[in-house]
Design a protein around this ligand. Structure first.
Ligand code: ATP
Ligand code: MG
Length: 387
């Protein structure tokens, strides 16, 4: 039974990240799936700031579930500085960047179509080593290449200049003898939840590039595993259900890129390969309509922008009435839930993410507890994953 992706929408400061932490706690506690979280602002794994009259911090998921959550980091110095001693370093290399990854960040990098065409020519010629080769080319080399291969000299030079920005990303290496992504895949297969911290590497180019590269490979491995399972039908071969969480999701699911990138593929193919998305975003109107129509459950905090509100209710019956419900939500810690996880749209107050929650999430009979919100959170996760 297909249930589709889950989304958490709301304008800045409405409590999306706090709610996401609560939901993931439920999924981890229930072992309903393994999670892979692309933690753009380093706020899910370890100590996050809590806004308020006094500045305080809240615990991250690794602190709540030390045995079940692992942290990887793309910026080891920053992660260490924050007091996390056992995060796994993660490096990516130029030879792991494919044309598809570039397409996703083409507008961040300011790459024209001509530059992308020439990237293809270089890739066809040099294969995986094309970026390293390009970065090392002199003007003369480029000229000779263009004469022989019908590339466009101006476009290749401009591509070279723009790709130099990758040099500023701390986690990119020319080559990497160790395959960190394979290691991450093994951890997920062993049932570990993985949080990838970006530290200072959280600009949009950096976030989108790493997130796409890693997800593409994980997805490929899941497709293989799922096909194998279909053949053998052996329950031992069944891949673990995986939930991938991304922030700023509209950047990955925008109409102009959604047909070319792995996140569009995952959103469209639904749960076929045991991978689903948990999408956290401030701008639902930026997400492709087709993807919106396939979302399983929408959890929506307060939104002000008319276009965003419109987008949430596309294709939802009773949308007009629900709009007024949405408009009356508190500015924090309240959400409207629509979709597969609930029999009818409901408004919930998100429970406080606090010391009491830490205690209760660790206690074994938490499902019996009279706290509707935790229960609702677990139900959203459960229903969406088809458990
Ligand atoms: N469940 C909760 N328990 C305790 N505090 C909360 C909760 N939800 C929200 N808050 C308060 O609201 C503040 C903002 O929440 P949060 O960081 O989750 O917003 P956000 O929607 O993710 O914002 P942004 O889009 O800017 O990332 C928190 O710092 C915290 O003070
Ligand atoms: Mg947030």
């Amino acid at each position: 039974m297909w249930k589709g992706a889950t989304v958490i929408f709301g304008k800045s400061g409405t409590g999306k990240s706090f709610l996401t932490r609560l939901l993931l706690s439920g999924v981890i506690r229930k072992e309903a799936a393994v999670n892979l979280m692309f933690d753009m602002h380093s706020e899910y794994g370890w100590e996050a700031m809590k806004e308020g009259k006094q500045v305080s911090t809240v615990k991250g998921l690794r602190q709540l579930f030390p045995g079940q959550v692992m942290m990887y980091t793309l910026d080891p110095e920053s992660t260490k500085r924050r007091g996390v001693r056992d995060a796994q370093e993660l490096y990516l290399s130029y030879d792991q960047i494919e044309i598809e990854d570039l397409k996703l960040v083409a507008s961040e990098l300011g790459l024209s179509e001509a530059a992308m065409d020439n990237a293809n020519i270089l890739y066809n010629e040099y294969g995986k080593s094309w970026i390293v080769r390009l970065l090392n080319m002199t003007n003369e080399d480029i000229k000779m290449f263009c004469e022989a291969k019908q590339g466009h000299q101006g476009s290749i030079s401009s591509l070279q200049r723009k790709l130099m920005r990758f040099d500023t990303l701390k986690y990119i290496r020319s080559t990497c003898p160790h395959n960190y992504i394979d290691q991450l895949i093994q951890d997920l297969a062993a049932g570990k939840n993985v949080i990838i911290e970006f530290g200072s590497q959280s600009n949009m180019l950096s976030y989108m590039l790493a997130t796409n590269m890693i997800t593409r490979r994980i997805h490929a491995s899941y497709v293989k595993k799922a096909d194998h399972f279909l053949q053998t039908k052996n329950p031992l071969d069944k891949p673990r259900q995986l939930v991938i969480t991304i922030e700023e999701a509209h950047r990955f699911l925008d109409s102009s890129v959604v047909h070319q990138t792995i996140f569009g593929t995952i959103a469209r193919e639904m749960r076929k390969y045991f991978v689903t998305l948990l999408v956290v975003d401030q701008r639902p109107s930026g997400i492709d309509n087709e993807v919106m129509s396939q979302i399983g459950t929408r959890v929506t905090c307060l939104l002000n922008d008319e276009k965003d509100i419109e987008a949430i209710f596309t294709g939802v019956s009773g949308g007009a009435n629900l709009k007024s419900v949405l408009a009356k939500l508190d500015s924090k810690q309240q959400a409207l839930i629509l979709g597969h996880a609930v029999p009818m749209p409901v408004v919930v107050r998100t429970r406080p993410y606090d010391a009491q929650f830490y205690r209760e999430i660790g206690c074994t009979d938490w499902e019996e507890m009279p706290n509707e919100e935790v229960y609702a959170a677990a139900k959203v996760a459960k229903a969406d994953l088809g458990f």
